[in-house]
Design a protein around this ligand. Sequence first.
Ligand SMILES: [Zn+2]
Length: 202
Amino acid sequence: MVISESQSRYAEGWSEADYVGGHPALDFINTVADTGKTRLSDKIGNWDGVRKWAGGAGLLPRPELAAFFQDASLDDDDELARLHRFREQAYEAMLGLVGRTDTGSQSVIDLERSIRDAMGRGAFSEEGRQFRWQPDARSPQRWLDAVALCFEEFLRSEDVTRLRQCTRCTWFFVDRGRGAGRRWCDMRTCGNRAKAEAFRCR
Ligand SMILES: [Zn+2]
């Protein structure tokens, strides 16, 4: 997504290249910086990272995000650990959806449970003339709920039919292009590395 000026002050240190998934749910999975098929380089290893990522990702409407930021005392180590667990569980579920693993189906069930739990704690609220699930900003599990409900929206959308994984790294993205389709998360990173390697091999 394109980071607007008003967003950039929330997303200091993060750039457009961090948000190439095409949906905040996928951008959440993509919060590892590994350039290969490992997922060890964590970009949201602390709360500062989580908050800045969320500021640029469009995870929540601005007033809701401001409410999350207002009381940071709720954000503890347990919730950070839950967020990391959920991210890898959602990653496994997406692998299952693109047919890369057969353990994916259990992960999809786990993801569904996280979404149900988030709905149980959240509110179904009207926005304009549409409705959406809204996490409870006073819950200690509010961040987990915010990302789980973001997946709920993603899984019901058309975007899920265009879900792809980068052939080089572990990032996922929505392929909105026509023709042969997009192979890399980002031409500027994985695309260029793949081309450079192909050139060396010739
Ligand atoms: Zn990639």
